[in-house]
Design a protein around this ligand. Structure first.
Ligand code: ATP
Length: 433
């Protein structure tokens, strides 16, 4: 990694803390490894990313329903899914410096990447967090924090299908927390132990799965333009035989070029009928689907699209971050920008603050907006650039004469005047998700 790239990450991390995007969890106690808290700007950015995904999956289509399943599930779910047995990573320790690595991420023949020391034999380590339900801590009461949201969708497939009177093909979308006891968390919020996933499982008839796989692969990469991600920063990576998860017939990752290199941000998987078939076997419930057109009964195939909210938030930040001569600017797509607009009175007198506050009050019902009357106007613009606010409106002496305000656009810094009555409409046209 070059020094300059490391620097970009360092600068991003420091901006995130300074401007209230992301803090280390329990910071006053020295933090807890790989857990993070989202501050006032981070929580808005996160919500907007989730809304954009939900809107494009659920609202804008007529073949996908939403779901919010619980984090704790019956422990048999994780036996059926294969996670108890197979959700493991190979762990090696350096005998000399004691550092820990994932054996599949390093060249173990070269010894420890840190100090060259001898490594232990790989041990398989299960990534699921275990805990106990109820007051008795024995094996009968073990439950797991879900390592993926997908299983909540599979076990509810027939509930959702029946209550929404669906025929195949249709999908179920869910956003929720997932937990993985990662061996080597890191790169800020790229790999965390507690994170949020956005997953959509699309149920199709066997035989149509390959076509739907191609469809979702294309749909998903296209979606990133709505998030404002530059297309040259995205690419596909196809899983080879030895990379495929135990349930997958075919898998592609969408990768983004982070300052620390190309890495996965989303997986598109053909999970075949593996999960539903296993749930049928373990639950002994009939999970067959009756196809009213062909009159056949079968277990549907599943095409999964799975991405992480936190990882997309980091993607969005890394993609948006730019240093110019006189300013640092986050060029977020307006739809996900935490603050949609800022309104300033040029000076704190002559009734300008009242006019500006009036404008803000008219916008608050629809958007997160910011009112700022402190400091020089140039500094106020810079502060908004740093949190990626796409539009700033300034009330000045001309406003008092003709009712127009200045709009200053973040990316070009160009300014124009519009009527103060048009501010809401102006924003509606540009920043709505
Ligand atoms: P890896 O091989 O890097 O551990 P994975 O292939 O197991 O990842 P998936 O199970 O496909 O990851 O997870 C789907 C998505 O969930 C990922 O593309 C990523 O966006 C997100 N995700 C997975 N693990 C984490 C994590 N530890 N922290 C943050 N996001 C994660």
């Amino acid at each position: 990694m070059t020094e300059q790239l490391t620097n970009t990450m360092d600068k991003l991390v420091s901006l995130c803390k300074r401007r209230g995007f992301i803090y280390q969890s329990s910071e006053i106690y020295g933090g807890i490894n790989s857990c993070y808290d989202y501050g006032p700007m981070g929580v808005e950015l996160k919500k907007n990313i989730k809304n954009l995904w939900w809107k494009s999956m659920v609202y804008e289509r007529d073949d996908i329903e939403g779901l919010d399943a619980s984090i704790l599930m019956h422990p048999r779910v994780w036996e059926a899914s294969g996670h108890v047995e197979g959700f493991t990573d190979p762990l090696v320790d350096c005998k000399k410096c004691k550092q820990r690595f994932r054996a599949d991420q390093i060249d173990t023949t070269q010894g420890c990447p840190n100090c060259g020391g001898e490594l232990t034999e790989p041990r398989m380590f299960n990534l699921m967090f275990k805990t106990f339900m109820g007051p008795v801590e024995d094996d009968a009461n073990i439950v797991y924090l879900r390592p993926e949201t997908a299983q909540g969708i599979y076990v509810n497939f027939h509930n959702v299908r029946e209550s929404s009177r669906r025929k195949l093909p249709f999908g179920i979308a869910q956003i929720g927390k997932a937990f993985r006891n990662e061996i080597t968390p890191g790169n800020f919020i790229f790999r965390m132990r507690e994170f949020e996933q956005m997953e959509m499982q699309y149920f199709v008839s066997p035989g149509s799965d390959e076509e739907w796989f191609e469809y979702w692969k294309e749909e998903r990469i296209k979606w990133y333009s709505r998030l404002g991600i530059r297309s040259e920063k995205l690419r596909f990576h196809q899983h080879q035989e030895d990379e495929l998860a135990h349930y997958a017939k075919k898998a592609f990752d969408i990768e983004f070029e982070f300052p620390f290199g190309w890495n996965e941000i989303e997986g598109i998987h053909n999970r075949t009928d593996y999960d539903l078939r296993r749930h049928q076997e373990y639950s002994r419930k009939n999970l067959l689907y009756f196809d009213p057109e062909t009159k056949e009964r079968y277990i549907p195939y599943v095409i999964e699209t799975s991405t992480g909210v936190d990882r997309l938030l980091l993607t969005t930040l890394a993609n948006a971050y730019e240093e110019e001569e006189e300013r640092v600017v986050l060029r977020f797509a307006p739809a996900v920008a935490p603050m949609k607009a800022a309104v300033f009175p040029l000076v704190k007198k002559d009734g300008m603050p009242e006019v500006a506050r009036n404008i803000v009050n008219g916008l608050r019902k629809y958007f997160r907006v910011f009112y700022d009357e402190s400091g020089a106007i140039g500094r106020r613009y810079r502060r908004q650039d740093e949190i990626g606010t796409p539009y700033c409106f300034t009330v000045d002496s001309q406003t008092l004469e003709d009712g127009t305000v200045t709009v200053r656009e973040r990316d070009t810094m160009a300014q124009e005047r519009i009527s103060q009555d048009r501010v809401l409409e102006y924003l509606m046209e540009r920043v709505l998700i």
